[in-house]
Design a protein around this ligand. Structure first.
Ligand SMILES: Cc1cc2nc3c(=O)[nH]c(=O)nc-3n(C[C@H](O)[C@H](O)[C@H](O)COP(=O)(O)OP(=O)(O)OC[C@H]3O[C@@H](n4cnc5c(N)ncnc54)[C@H](O)[C@@H]3O)c2cc1C
Length: 463
């Protein structure tokens, strides 16, 4: 419980200027980017600048059984950083140093509050990139994206966050400081702690330092866009490209509702009578191989009756990307709330999932625009609603239930990249079963016996 003594102790640990107690300011920290979830205004927010301060906070929280809610930039789409009871939000805004860039070992060591785009700007000087690139990378932090195991637009070729984390420092819920992994390419010592903490959604420990893997930046890029009159042809293009051994860095899809909404919003000259659009970027170190990949994609698009356009200049490349970048902002301005899901299916069932979403939209009379990472089978059905319309909200909940049911029936998953948080907790058992839930609970109980770290997220407390 938080009382005046707790607040005074926090001021001693963090300094007065790094403790927020003003109600109006605290309100901001009761939100992330997820609509329609429960939330509570925290009792205070602290801004640590080093690991020791976090350790002291944990000792204090354990004594008083106070919940701690770690927070990066608050861009989460499953309610991860949102407090569910009066507790302390730990914001990593001020713990944002790039500790080291080791270009010889291809690693960067960073504090959790580093913004993903800032890391990429810093490593660009060495001709390197940190590939995981969620659409929110201009604001999202490395700590938040490690805790969510975020994906992004380059997932198909380059993988997701878990493929780029080599080690960490974590303050455990008992207060111990635990370092594991490191700069070695190989490390099979003991359990794979790195992969346990990546995607742990702030429930198992507070991440205070991260060793990231970097790769050489690809030198050549080609960008194509293609329009299709039939969804099936767009889906077949996706599988044909991969069957022909081209792995694009980006292979994105937008459905008709999204295309029409983007065109209405951004007026960029998209055809509004087509059923789907694919945006493809191929990249690599060799000019000839990148050209071959672009030409192979072009041929496959034409064979599937798509209408392709290839960017010849950087300005054209940028303009083709505008459509995809505008998808979420365009959809978000149609109605007061945007529910963005991330049901994911094996790539070969992409079209089945898209058609199912369209049928669910009709059945429940809802506006759903779908876009997403087609190459990963990771779709973002985006449902546009007015939270004050009770009838529409009831239909929304039924539609979301059916979207997840369908994704699981196709061998898919509840979340390709946004995590479980609080938003998808009720569906968890349908994917991982009773034994999965019991295993999660046992891990949580072993590492956080007082249940003080991000309680109510990821770990179902009730059956
Ligand atoms: C416009 C938009 C586009 C997006 N695009 C993508 C996308 O393409 N791909 C994708 O995967 N996601 C995407 N997201 C979701 C979101 O941006 C990612 O999950 C992101 O990585 C979260 O980072 P954050 O810093 O905002 O973390 P937050 O939202 O603040 O927190 C996320 C989780 O991490 C925990 N956490 C934060 N810091 C720590 C720490 N140091 N130690 C332990 N736990 C911690 C929090 O408790 C919470 O559970 C998008 C979101 C928006 C709004």
């Amino acid at each position: 419980m938080i009382n005046q003594n707790f607040i005074s102790q926090c001021k001693i640990i963090f300094g007065h200027e790094n403790v927020l107690t003003d109600k109006a300011e605290l309100l901001t920290y009761s939100y992330d980017a997820t609509a329609g979830i429960p939330r509570e205004i925290p009792s205070l927010v602290v801004f640590p600048q080093n690991t020791k301060q976090i350790q002291e906070l944990i000792f204090l929280a354990r004594q008083t059984k106070t919940p701690i809610y770690p927070r990066g930039a608050g861009t989460c789409l499953s309610g991860g950083p949102v407090p569910l009871s009066k507790g302390v939000v730990v914001s990593f805004q001020k713990m944002n140093k790039i500790v080291e860039i080791d270009a010889d070992n291809l690693t960067a060591t960073v504090q959790p509050g580093v913004i993903i785009a800032d890391l990429n700007t810093a490593v660009a000087k060495y001709g390197l990139i940190y590939p995981p690139d969620p659409g929110s990378m201009a604001t999202a932090t490395i700590g938040g994206s490690v805790a969510e195991n975020s994906g992004g637009l380059r997932g198909l070729k380059y993988g997701v966050t878990k493929h780029y984390i080599m080690g960490m420092e974590v303050v455990m819920p008992t207060g111990e400081i635990f370092r594991f992994g490191g700069k070695t390419v190989k490390n099979v010592t003991a359990y794979d702690f790195t992969h346990l903490f990546v995607g742990s959604e702030g429930t198992l420990g507070i991440i205070t330092e991260i060793i990231c893997k970097l790769i050489p930046s690809p030198k050549y890029h080609r960008v194509l866009i293609a329009f299709f009159d039939k969804l099936e042809n767009a889906g077949k293009t996706v599988t044909d490209i991969i069957r022909n051994h081209v792995i694009p860095a980006t292979l994105e899809i937008m459905d008709k509702v999204t295309i029409q909404t983007v065109e209405n919003y951004a007026k960029i000259g998209l055809p509004t009578d087509v059923e789907a659009l694919l945006l493809i970027e191929v990249d690599g170190m060799g000019k000839d191989s990148v050209e071959w990949e672009a030409k192979t994609c072009l041929k496959i698009i034409q064979q599937n009756n798509g209408k392709p356009k290839i960017a010849e200049t950087d300005a054209e490349k940028d303009s083709l990307w505008t459509a995809r970048r505008a998808a979420l902002p365009a959809l978000a301005q149609v109605k007061p709330a945007t529910i963005l899901e991330d049901a994911t299916v094996p790539r070969t069932f992409l079209v089945d999932m898209l058609i199912a979403i369209q049928n669910i939209a009709k059945k429940y009379n809802l506006m759903i625009g779908t876009f997403g990472h087609a190459g990963d089978g990771n779709l973002h059905p985006t449902i546009l609603v007015d939270p004050t319309d009770k009838d529409e909200m009831d239909r929304l909940h039924k539609a979301v239930d059916e979207i997840f049911e369908k994704a699981l029936s196709l061998g898919g998953t509840l979340s390709g990249e946004h995590g479980i948080g609080v938003a998808k907790l009720k569906y968890l058992r349908s994917e991982i079963g009773r034994s999965g839930i019991d295993t999660i609970r046992r891990i949580k109980q072993a590492l956080d016996p007082d249940n003080i770290l991000n309680p109510g997220k990821l770990v179902p407390m009730e059956d």
